[in-house]
Design a protein around this ligand. Structure first.
Ligand code: A3P
Length: 298
């Protein structure tokens, strides 16, 4: 049973697709029509699932361990396709590094291009997305919104970039394809060095050599660590009003328990089961499911 909504975030809606306010509709339309180059590397995620972390790992692999220079920001070297549009992406040097939050059906495809997907369990994603939505006042006008209000929008798929489950299932189904690498945020948390090697192997060529080198691998790991990225906040995000959580916020698995009610946990579990048919993606996070089940009975 859902609770009545007191407050909703505001969005820009284009063709039924919600985006943060201020994202130009032309950027979205032209981004969808982008024709990928064979050397393109996409990082494909639902919001708040470890996008920036994976982007920086990919960037560091491609740059052979060289961090962003002073004054550079990840947003510029690794832009968001449906925000900046096709032309801006076409102007990037090769290999073009491209971020997208689009579900598979809307993501520009090319067989030779590479698609690195990161998924995160829906419980922690919802909490992280709530803080993000509260924090970016100019994008959502939701500074005084509550988790309960956000939860209703999240579970209904009425948030920017659409339904969490549609995104998850659409990419999970592709994980056997040779141009798609599908990993989870929780895998990255458990053993990031293994994931760095996996990404290098997937990208192939020089990237494989870079991640096969223990010194470079250690460097990439250190540069992309939570503490290092937290120190360099301004490279990933800006304009957060005082008192709002940082963009690189907590970076943990399991924070959801401090926000969810037992009933919300039950409802999200049910939605997860129904929208995945209880198969495939539903089994990505068995520990979280077990915890959520136990929590829902408290
Ligand atoms: P929390 O809000 O749970 O802390 P995205 O980049 O897709 O917006 O994802 C943001 C989430 O990834 C935030 O989660 C953020 O703290 C976490 N994150 C960002 N950089 C990280 C890193 N280097 N290590 C671990 N988590 C990181």
């Amino acid at each position: 049973m859902s609770t009545p909504l007191k407050r909703r975030p505001s969005y820009t809606v284009h063709d039924g697709f919600r985006m943060p306010m201020g994202f130009p509709v032309q950027g979205f339309a032209s981004g969808l029509g982008y024709r990928p180059h064979s050397s393109d590397i996409f990082v494909c995620t639902y919001p708040k699932c470890g996008t920036t972390w994976m982007q920086y790992i990919v960037y560091l692999i491609v740059s052979k361990g060289k961090p962003l220079a002073a004054g550079e920001s990840l947003t510029d070297v690794f832009p968001h396709l449906e925000e900046v549009g096709a032309e801006a992406v076409e102007a990037l040097p090769e290999p073009r590094l491209i971020k997208t939050h689009l579900p598979y059906r809307l993501t520009p495809q090319r067989h030779e291009a590479k698609y690195v997907c990161v998924a995160r369990n829906p419980f922690d994603c919802a909490v992280s997305f709530f803080h993000h939505t509260r924090g970016f006042v100019r994008h959502y006008d939701f500074a005084d919104g509550t988790f309960d209000d956000f939860f209703e929008c999240f579970i209904a798929g009425e948030v920017d970039f659409g339904d969490y489950f549609e995104h998850l299932v659409s990419w999970y189904r592709r994980n056997e394809e040779d141009n798609v690498l599908f990993v989870t945020y929780e895998d990255m948390q458990a053993d990031v060095e293994r994931i760095i090697v996996e990404v290098g192997g997937f990208l192939g060529g020089a990237a494989r050599a870079v991640t096969g080198d223990p010194r470079l691998r250690g460097l990439i790991r250190a540069e992309s660590s939570f503490d290092s990225m937290r120190r360099e906040q301004r490279r990933w995000s800006s304009e957060r009003p005082a008192g709002m959580p940082d963009f690189v916020r907590k970076g943990v698995v399991g924070d959801w328990k401090s926000h969810f009610s037992a009933q919300q946990a039950r409802r999200l579990l049910d939605a997860f089961f129904e929208k995945t048919g209880g198969e495939g993606a539903y089994h990505l996070w068995p520990e979280v499911i077990a915890e959520a089940l136990a929590f829902s009975r408290t």
